[in-house]
Ligand binder design. Structure first.
Ligand SMILES: *[C@@H]1O[C@H](CO)[C@@H](O)[C@H](O)[C@H]1NC(C)=O
Ligand SMILES: *[C@@H]1O[C@H](CO)[C@@H](O)[C@H](O)[C@H]1NC(C)=O
Ligand SMILES: *[C@@H]1O[C@H](CO)[C@@H](O)[C@H](O)[C@H]1NC(C)=O
Ligand SMILES: *[C@@H]1O[C@H](CO)[C@@H](O)[C@H](O)[C@H]1NC(C)=O
Ligand SMILES: *[C@@H]1O[C@H](CO)[C@@H](O)[C@H](O)[C@H]1NC(C)=O
Length: 229
């Protein structure tokens, strides 16, 4: 039986507001697709499970460890027959810890982790190199069953080229092996030379562009080879 205040009419506006609120809440708690890309939950003895249980305020859902606002803090996609991380993988860009071991991963993962600035622990299959190479991490450890990349290095410090970024921009990390130039407040565009309201416009990452040009080069030569054969 529902209790009603006297004279309280069912108001359509209130209904609409409640519906919008419900939809908003629904969206806020919606699980990112990457968390349910693999069946089951986080392995109970995985590094992600341990991290999530030891850190206050985090909750395990499907293959993810989520922060209070629903952001992905940990992702455990181990033992899931993955050949590629897949198109949803960038949803985990806020992750601190990721496990991908026991998967038949193929190819180079460097570009996969672009923008993963929070990542501190990455566990990979034994035969897959840490993205960005050894110089992008504090510690790279090879075990019999996996490879662990730990502590993302800030290349802005180790590269140590103050001339790299233009006058009105500064260097900022952009994931393992990547850095970017971020324009100062009030500047944007090529070499941060344009003044205006768009700040934080990034325009290059050293490793990213190198990788891209090498890929284009390889693609070009392979294609020529394929044509001539
Ligand atoms: C993990 O799961 C296995 C089997 O499901 C169980 O035997 C084991 O006790 C669990 N370990 C922990 C740390 O919960
Ligand atoms: C991987 O998953 C398979 C079945 O999906 C299971 O039999 C196997 O024990 C798992 N291996 C590890 C290392 O968890
Ligand atoms: C990596 O493999 C080693 C054994 O080769 C194991 O002791 C360790 O727990 C593994 N790390 C993770 C995070 O699974
Ligand atoms: C990089 O340099 C900045 C400022 O010079 C410093 O605050 C930061 O701790 C350094 N980071 C590392 C990993 O050395
Ligand atoms: C950077 O900003 C200063 C001060 O606003 C300006 O004088 C200078 O021309 C700018 N440099 C470039 C390369 O746009």
């Amino acid at each position: 039986m529902a209790l009603r205040e006297p004279g309280n009419r069912t108001c359509p506006v209130r209904w609409a507001a409640a519906l919008l609120l419900a939809l908003g809440v629904e969206r806020a708690v919606a699980l990112p697709e990457i968390c349910s890309q693999c069946p089951g939950g986080v392995h109970n003895v995985s590094a992600v499970a341990v991290y999530c249980e030891q850190t206050p305020g985090l909750t395990l859902r499907a293959r993810c460890c989520l922060g209070p606002t629903g952001a992905i803090v940990g992702l455990d996609l181990q033992n899931c027959s993955l050949k590629q991380p897949g198109p949803n993988f960038p949803q985990a860009h806020s992750a601190v810890i990721i496990e991908l071991q026991t998967n038949p991963l193929q190819g180079d993962l460097t570009d996969t982790f672009r923008g993963f600035t929070q990542l501190q622990t990455l566990v990979l299959p034994h035969d897959v190199s840490c993205p960005g190479g050894i110089s992008a991490w504090d510690t790279v450890t090879s075990y019999a069953d996996n490879q662990t990349c730990q502590g993302q290095k800030n290349l802005c410090n180790s590269t140590g080229d103050p001339e790299m970024c233009p006058e009105n921009g500064s260097c900022a990390p952009d994931g393992p092996g990547f850095l970017q130039c971020v324009c100062a407040d009030g500047f944007h565009g090529y070499k941060c030379m344009r003044q205006g309201s768009f700040s934080l416009l990034m325009f290059f990452g050293i490793l990213g562009s190198t990788t891209l040009s090498i890929s284009v080069l390889l693609w070009g030569t392979q294609r020529r080879k394929a044509k001539t054969s």
